[in-house]
Design a protein around this ligand. Sequence first.
Ligand code: CA
Length: 227
Amino acid sequence: MRILLVEDEPKVARAVADGLAGEHYEVTVATTGDGGHQHLTTEDFDLAILDLNLPGRDGLEILTSARNRGILIPVLLLTARGSVEDRVRGLENGADDYLVKPFAFSELLARVKALLRRGRPEQLLKLHARDLELDLVSGEAIRGGQALDLTLREKELLEYLLRHQGQAVSREMLAQDVWKMSGRITPLDNVINVHVSRLRKKVDRDFPVKLIHTVRGVGFVLAEEAP
Ligand code: CA
C-alpha cells in the first residue's frame, strides 16, 4: 500500500513516516504543498495524508485540485486544534476524515487502516451507534430523531467514544486525545468525569437503552450493551 504524506513539520513528518514504514506501508513524504501536489497528481497512491497548513499550496488546495482531477483515493487531513472551519471546509471539499494535532501515532494508524478498509464510500462523515448519530460536518448529534444540545467539548468527547465504540476508553486516553494534555495531570480526572456525566445525561437520560457505560477501574465505553 502506497501512502503520500504531505507535512512540513520535519519532526511530525519523520515520526509518521517511520511509524507507517514500520507497519509495512510504502511512504512518500513531501514537505511543501507544491511538492505534495506534484506527487499526488502524477503518481499512484492508495491514500494521502495532508497537513492543512503548508507553505505554498495548502492542504485544502491540494485536496480540491486532486478531487477535480478525479483522484478519488481516501484523504486524511491533519488539522490544528480549534480550526473547526478548516475541518468543515476540508470535509465538504472531499476529505474522508481528519485528525487534530497533536495526535498519538496509534490514532493515526487506526484512521489509516479504517480508510483503507472502507475505500471511499459516499458518507463516512457520520458516526453511528444504534439510534445515535453524530454528523462530523455539521457537528449535529441526533438520538432517536431528536437533536442533542451538546457543547463543543461534549461533541469532541462523543466523537472519540463513537470512534472507539465497544472499546474501554481510559481517562488517560481522553486527557491525551481529547483534551490534548500530554503527561498525567491528576485534576483533569474530575474535569473528565464532569464532562462525561453531562454528556451521558444528554445522550442517555431520555432513552431506555443506555449507550455510555462506566468501566470499573478503567474509564468509559460507548456500547450498545452494558459491558
Ligand atoms: Ca503545517
